[in-house]
Design a protein around this ligand. Sequence first.
Ligand code: PLP
Length: 225
Amino acid sequence: MSIAENYHALQATIPVDVMLVGISKFHPESAILEAYEAGIRTFGESRVQELVQKQAELPKDIEWHFIGHLQSNKIKTVLPLVTLIQSIDSTHLMDAIEKEAFKQQRPVNGLIQVHIAREETKFGFSIDEAQQFFQSEQFRSLQYLRIIGLMGMATYTEDQSVIRQEFRSLKTLFDEIRQMYFVEENNFNTLSMGMTGDYTLAIEEGSTMVRIGTALFGLRPCAIR
Ligand SMILES: *Cc1c(COP(=O)(O)O)cnc(C)c1O
């Protein structure tokens, strides 16, 4: 199937109020252009160099999301290129993004990456840490970095009940935070969960944004998840 056909098949399974982000990491610009021509305008990249190159060469009305681990010294490069940083995985990174966004006088939207999977990883807030963050002075002092939601990845497993449970815990956290800290404004509205293998479950559990690579572009040229 072509990328356009993949996209139309996906569209049939994704409600219109759930945003699809095409995860284009490791795929060539020609593939992104095919997806663009089929109608997709938002793509996600996980490596800075790749983002820089693709952003320079592809149509300027594409919105880019950063979805990988971001090193502090790369923030200044990434900031002008993206509309959303989905992978804010520490308070240290948050602080560094706020400072750089102030310096560039360029507000940016961000999601807090919450670690819900059973797999070991160095990256992401635990549910406790995320709750603590919203109680902190650091959260109240943010001006240029706007936290508009949460992002999470479920365990890579065949066991649907595990995945469902993890998505449910993220949705519960999302609702709690929204009710406690964003009552007046409606700008905490993005729950990014669901990839090729689990997006249907994620949508059932309340996702508002799915990040789809393989089901759109096919297998990545190298075996990176
Ligand atoms: C690679 C990646 C995806 C897309 O994964 P697929 O299984 O190919 O859909 C989604 N989210 C993040 C954070 C990724 O790194």
